[in-house]
Design a protein around this ligand. Sequence first.
Ligand SMILES: [Zn+2]
Ligand SMILES: [Zn+2]
Length: 337
Amino acid sequence: MNSISTDTADKEVQQVHLWNHCHNCDARPIAGRRFHCETCPESPDNDLCEPCYELLQKGKIKHPADDSYAASNAHENEVVEHRFTVHEGKPITLYEKWLEICHPNVPDPVLPYPFVVRPLFSAGMDSVIAGYAFVVNIEGYHQPVLLTALHVIDALIKQKGIDCTDKNKNYTGSELPTVITEVSLFDVCADNWMMAPLGTAGSMWVLPGARTGDEEPYSDRDIAAFWVPSADAKNIKPAPLAFQSPAKGEPVWVAARLTEKPGQELFKAVVVEVNQRSLVFKYEDPAEKPKYLSGSPLVNQKGEVVAIIVGGGDLNGQKLGHGNHVDNIRQHLAGSR
Ligand SMILES: [Zn+2]
Ligand SMILES: [Zn+2]
């Protein structure tokens, strides 16, 4: 008898996609099955819930949405067939325990400014402004390093017909460094960032273990790195890279700007899970989180970078994020992944 009632209870647990919202009805998180567009450049606007996907099949809604990242990167008059994959959710109970972890009462760190940038990636005649990036100093290296998430370059990756996912068994990591010629860096926290160039980053690192397309929150392979020639970085104040990932329960801060007001701001959070493949954090104030953060830094109380932010999600009125943590970043940079 017991086993029957347990089975019934299990079936009633809601299946959700914590890290995805529906770009049509804005369900956060998506419950039930999720339809993910593999054709659009990776962005938070690539998913539909099942009812909205059915509307799309009937021609009643638009994909990509007009105000999406994919639409802004589409070539005019280009007819593209968008290929969707279907994904099952995970029990909501897996995530609810994260919401119970308390926020330590500690003061904010002091950060260098500016070290968070808006990058413009150029590949010959093509260029794309995408996500965020930041500059770090790493002991033992003679130049600062620009770090971001690999998926922020996905529009350029797809434009160039490069496949950085697991489907490409021949991927070596040197495909992008031969194509991306320059990264122009802008001060994202300036009053008008487009008028505030900070310098350029040069050659891209060959990172054989970096990939796009992993299921969130597995963000351990989502990384891109570029040298920042010291002469080109006089206006940038790099932050140090931490030696070790923070532990569960430790405070962390997202360094970013809100679109409405200039200046570098800190959004306090607490680490709710760390494992080999992911670092998940919960915001202290769910109201203040900026909308898009991919490629932004997560820092500890000493002001050291502990992760590259990769994604975010909403649950029961709280906001969560996840990133590629420094233990993995260091392995990629050391060539051991
Ligand atoms: Zn929907
Ligand atoms: Zn699409």
